[in-house]
Design a protein around this ligand. Structure first.
Ligand SMILES: [Zn+2]
Length: 403
């Protein structure tokens, strides 16, 4: 559409003039392309060789663009970041995921099997694809599956890819974490100055994490070049949001028992959103006891795991209650705290005695992933849905607000 040369051109980006060899760097600012500048080259009388040279420098084809006929428009500004192709099918599906599989293939078979098994037993959650047949030995072609895979990948593999067992794997997980944070901000349905700024910072963190990861890949049979278009294109995403609104306005992505329904005000859109929580010994032939965030009063929130829900009929009034296991932040060893911090994991531990709470005190569902190496410890999955739990957990854990 922009009539630039292929991705092997000198400047492969249709929006800016980033040199091909600098697409994996985030610290340089490059001149943006302008349709008017290109038109000047075509309208100025130049020798044929000169014109060809100019066009080649800018990675442009020697063809006049039909979109120049649209008055008061600039094609390069109209081109927008596409989350589905750039993130889910691109940076993650085509690059980060194959890289992780490559690292995992180098591990002991028992570890590979264990990671694959963890993907199969990952808790079911509405809207999150359940990988019942595992993830390591299946090829995906669907962007939404890659998106959901990216949401669980750190949880199912962090315990195996430690700094001790695989320096490269650990560095890659940190890189994937930064990517996921970018995707979470990109998914927001409402943005503020602060969230756009946070998105910017996350994008730069991706490039920093990549700088640390690349030196660990020395010795690979095939050298991977991280200078590719989808590793650069998100640098323009925050500008797109500022200019055109949130990403759902210009995305190509198409926007689904027994439960208890919870309505809450989203931290992203400030609209009422509904969660469906399960508390059943036989949900699709498996027990399913969801987690939840509960208003503990005084501005404090607590994470709990549901055990049982019921209603007390007292005269003319009904009192819906739940028996829950409350969670607290565990006193983990420093090494575990470091891993949790680096991989942005929110760890909680079940208190011994269950307690009764009024059902109305539940303000949000919480997907709890059981740490396979630590009894009674869970990781709160912050990657589900479109950002609310992502922001809520950042807030809760920033001031250690758990009871
Ligand atoms: Zn660019």
């Amino acid at each position: 559409m922009a009539l630039i040369r292929s991705t092997n051109g000198n400047c492969p980006c249709p929006v800016c003039l980033v040199p091909k060899a600098q697409q994996a760097q985030g610290h340089n600012v490059h001149p943006v392309r302008k349709a008017a500048d290109v038109q000047v080259i075509f309208t100025t009388k130049l020798k044929r060789g000169q014109k060809k040279k100019f066009l080649k420098q800018l990675s442009l084809r020697n063809v006049e663009n039909v979109f120049w006929k649209l008055a008061h428009s600039d094609l390069h500004k109209a081109l927008s970041f596409d989350r589905l192709h750039a993130y889910h099918l691109g940076l993650f599906g085509k690059h980060l995921w194959p890289e992780l599989k490559l690292v995992v293939e180098g591990l002991d078979r028992s570890i590979r099997v264990a990671i694959n098994n963890q993907s199969m037993v990952f808790p079911i959650w509405q809207g999150l694809y359940h990988f019942a047949k595992g993830v390591l030995y299946i090829e995906f072609s669907d962007g939404s599956k890659y998106e959901d895979l990216s949401k669980i990948i750190v949880f199912i593999s962090f315990w195996a890819l430690t700094a001790e067992t695989s320096r490269r794997g650990y560095a890659l997980l940190k890189l994937i974490c930064r990517y996921i944070e970018c995707d979470m901000y990109a998914s927001f349905e409402v943005h503020t100055t602060e969230t756009v700024d946070a998105y910017w910072q996350c994008i730069h963190q991706v490039y920093k994490a990549l700088e640390k990861y690349i030196p660990l890949c020395v010795g690979d049979k095939k050298h991977k070049d991280w200078n590719f278009a989808k590793n650069h294109s998100h640098i323009h995403a925050p500008e797109d949001i500022l200019a055109k609104g949130v990403m759902r306005n210009f995305s190509t992505q198409v926007i689904e028992c027994s439960y208890l329904r919870v309505d809450y005000e989203s931290k992203v859109t400030w609209k009422t959103v509904t969660d469906y929580l399960r508390c059943s010994p036989d949900f699709y032939k498996k027990p399913q006891y969801d987690g939840a965030i509960v208003d503990a009063g005084g501005g404090k929130c607590v994470i709990v795991k549901l055990h049982f829900t019921f209603v007390i009929d007292c005269g003319s009034k009904l009192y819906p209650l739940a028996l829950v296991q409350a969670m607290q932040i565990p006193g983990s060893p420093q090494a575990q705290c470091n891993v949790d911090y680096n991989l942005a994991l929110y760890r909680v531990k079940a208190k011994r005695a269950p307690v009764f709470i009024p059902l109305q005190s539940i303000i949000h569902g919480a997907l709890l992933y059981s740490d396979p190496l630590r009894t009674d410890e869970y990781l709160v999955v912050d990657t589900i849905e479109t950002g609310d739990i992502f922001l809520r957990l950042k807030e809760m854990f920033s001031d250690q607000g758990l009871a």
